[in-house]
Design a protein around this ligand. Structure first.
Ligand code: DAK
Length: 258
């Protein structure tokens, strides 16, 4: 598939996907989401990609779903057409880790897209928000659900009901992002984090992603049991033998994903 709204580069085992609709601050339309899903699925099946970094421009990660596209839609259009459901399902089905590198605006669907990634590294200029209320609608891709789990009810209510933007330092304080870095260093930091992940055993990486995500879907007791059973099962891998042998022999582990 030739892409017009995103750019994909694969280097050093990292797939870098850049949202590229600068004239619309990377607003998410059907074409962009379809291309993004295609690129993520390709990275999932490409052995050269061990981690994915999703980013936008310095001014905007993404300023939300494309309002021009939604403007003329009726209830029947969005309900019967199930707007964004397929794309959202495809994004969260990706098993390789996805890091969101956010600079500038991450609003509405843009904030929700960042939250669908496994963690967010942002620049000092990042601004997160769920301003859909100003358009007479609500979030539809996790802004009332993921955001509430990430930052708690009080802040999620505040963001969703006032539509205010949250700056980077507050986003770090309340756990929405894992790190805030200077704007010029954003991509270096995100790529370095992805590089670290790319060195690990892919089996363990995928297992840990599933384990952490399970914590949002189940009770603590069930989650801990799931974690323990997956931990047990990792002893069936060669990478566990190699990782522990390397520690004992005081050398770097050479994982082979088996
Ligand atoms: N959609 C379309 N175009 C957008 C856009 C958007 N979300 N955001 C910005 N643009 C366009 C602007 O229209 C402008 O285009 P031109 O006028 O130059 O042609 C260009 O990007 C530059 O924007 P500005 O001139 O406004 O730039 P400023 O620096 O002055 O302001 C801003 C930046 C980000 C504060 C402002 O552009 C803004 O407030 N943008 C809208 C932010 C917003 O309200 N986002 C939420 C969108 S609603 C669903 C799932 C999800 C959703 C819905 C349903 N289902 C599953 C059913 C999600 C909804 C949303 O995200």
């Amino acid at each position: 598939m030739a892409y017009e709204t995103i750019i994909v580069e694969i280097e050093d085992h990292i797939a870098l996907v850049t949202l590229n609709r600068p004239d619309a601050l990377n607003a998410l339309n059907d074409q962009l989401l379809s291309e993004l899903c295609d690129a993520l699925a390709s990275a999932q099946s490409n052995d050269k990609a061990r981690c994915i970094v999703l980013t936008g421009s310095e001014k905007a990660f993404a300023a939300g779903a494309d309002i021009n596209m939604m403007n003329s839609k009726s209830f029947v259009d969005v309900f019967a057409g199930d707007l964004f459901t397929e794309a959202s399902d495809k994004i969260i089905a990706i098993r390789k880790p996805i890091i969101a590198a956010v600079s500038g605006y991450a609003l509405g669907g843009g904030c929700e897209l960042a939250m669908m990634c496994d963690f967010i590294i942002c620049s000092e200029t990042a601004k997160f928000g769920q301003p859909e209320i100003n358009l007479g609608v609500s979030p539809g891709l996790g802004g009332t659900q993921r955001l509430t789990r990430f930052i708690g009810k009080s802040k999620a209510m505040d963001m969703n009901l006032t539509g205010r933007f949250m700056e980077a330092d507050e986003a770090e304080r309340c756990g929405l992002v894992s790190r805030v870095v200077p704007t010029k260093k954003l991509m270096d930091e995100a790529m370095a984090a992805a590089g670290k992940i790319a060195e690990k055993s892919m089996i363990t990486v995928v297992a840990i992603k599933e384990m952490v995500n399970r914590s949002y879907e189940t009770t603590l007791r069930e989650g801990i049991l799931f974690e323990r059973r997956v931990f047990h099962s990792l002893f069936a891998t060669e990478d566990q033998k190699e990782g522990m042998a390397a520690f004992m022999e005081k050398r770097e582990a050479q994982f082979r994903d088996n």
